[in-house]
Design a protein around this ligand. Sequence first.
Ligand code: S3P
Length: 441
Amino acid sequence: MSLCIQTSPCSGLRGSCVVPGDKSISHRAAILGSIADGISRVSNFLPGADCLATVAVMRSLDVAIEVNTDGDLVVHGVGLHGLRAPSAPLDCANSGTTMRLMAGLLSGQEFSSQLTGTPQLLGRPMSRVVNPLFKMGAHIESTEGKGPLSIQGIEPGNPGLKGIRYAMPVASAQLKSCLLLAGLYADGPSTILEIGPSRDHTERMLSAMGASIVRDTDRVVITPPDAGLAPFNMAVPGDMSSAAFLLTAGAIVPGSEITIGNVGVNPTRFGIVSALNQMGAAIDITNPRDVGGEPVADLRVGHSTLSSATFGGDSIVAMIDELPVLAVAATQAHGTTVIRDARELRVKETDRIACTAAELNRLGARITPLEDGMAIEGPTPLRGTEVKSHGDHRLAMLLTIAGLVATGRTNVQKTEVTADSFPGFEACLTDLGAPIQVVRT
Ligand code: S3P
């Protein structure tokens, strides 16, 4: 059984909504709560498939975690040295964040483990984490640079992990977080040099838990704690990556005016708002506040006349997951929008350069895939037809948004994956007045 979203032309999205909790922060809350000394309570946890895979992995390491569908999570932290050997390979499902962050955490343990997942996950590059962990002295083996990953426990009495100084070859928060987690178990400080300002949720949470994290513009230094890490209470902000679909829809669907409440506006995640603003979208940021160490605000967007823009360099990492939906906005903007320096899009859940270009072009878009990005001509009238998600949640959602400005009917196939990051996506759009229907196929 599979789901299909059918869309028709939309005459305007109106009203207020909230988006589910941030995926990156939810993963980190489950992992860091597990190694805290005591009980952490988290509200608005994202109960999507990827974050639930992290919860299942932590449970297999003997951590008691309660989670309900409203997003209340209670993690009974066992401390830095309280995890126990799993009885079977740890299933990361389709989640790259789970596999990469857990590779770091498990490299510092005294027991052996194996990380595995879906064929889609096992096709993604893992040498980026394996190489530096190996330098730290971890006994970790990949399968030709990919998962499954086998991690041999550090035998009591043998030297553990060594602190390193490591210049990351890619701007990746998953790699940085993997090394910070391994750094908690090292014999001294580790310095991680970044080539771009990737999301910093791990640093913020570890600091709040009492870890020694020193940050500069291009580096993070972590010193292993003498004592344990403090548990926390937190409310996860709404996910900017989910809000991006609504921001784009609000900007391109004529007659729209919507407010998205409680969105995380951490500067390392703000790229999509800046990019849409640069293209001429009217986005107001109201009610800014701090929630548990993360900046949060309400975002109001209205239909706008958009112009093309060029994006590259350091701005890319702050909107890496939002670039495919930015391409939808670009199909409706005047001029040719160019996105460069985004090669990482090729190794996400799918090759998001190839798949975004191919599927949007089926709707009549004029997108040229580039080795490290896309060139998108606009404004281009889109025509409804059948398109597919390739099993990628972000592709399913961006095609739905494109369908709202396409003539006739758009059928987006295999949309059950929207729940990976945005459970309730379809209901949220319907509440705002989008003419969409979900049918079983
Ligand atoms: C994430 C980091 C990014 C992002 C992913 C979530 C994280 O991946 O694309 O959706 O939670 O750290 P990379 O670190 O591979 O760029």
